[in-house]
Write a protein that binds this ligand. Sequence first.
Ligand code: SAM
Length: 182
Amino acid sequence: MQTEPEVAVLRLGHRPGRDERITTHVGLTARALGADRVILAGQASSRADTVLDITDRFGGPFETETVESWRPIVRDWDGRVVHLTMYGLEVQEVEAEIRDAHQADRQPLLVVVGAEKVPFEVYEWADWNVAVTNQPHSEIASLAVFLDRLFEGRELDREWEDAEKVVIPQEVGKRVEAPADE
Ligand code: SAM
């Protein structure tokens, strides 16, 4: 079976104090909705432990990487780059082109989300600047919608490996178990 080309998410512009939970949720959303890796740049690195802890408990594979500077990651990315921004092209207009290019060239796709003002280089270096509506909202929401469009919903059915805990879906209530032995 052919393996899927990598999808990585880069979180840039983390503001200490203000963005702690948002950066954690970018990592958790990337993991839950099918990305292979989150890259936490600069001060966003402080949230790596929480994302790693969730991966330890609920499974993977999912990598959490920390880097000092985001610039070399975007500038030198060996593949295509999508920057999520309210100023970009509508996701519904470009999603098929992005999916087709990603499947055709089999290169890693980098999805960049910002916090406050994103430096203009990112707009220039990106292969696509993509808007999930042209309305201002959040990096978590735009990442979730974009990944779901990219994977066309397949991420909802993924299997998790090496989990300590598995949630058993319930109509009402909570049930969490250790995974059954293979
Ligand atoms: N002015 C920013 C922009 O360029 O989208 C909004 C800042 S918003 C607080 C933080 C991040 O959320 C942005 O860097 C972007 O990645 C994401 N974001 C917010 N609204 C978005 C939208 N409508 N479409 C895509 N991404 C969005």
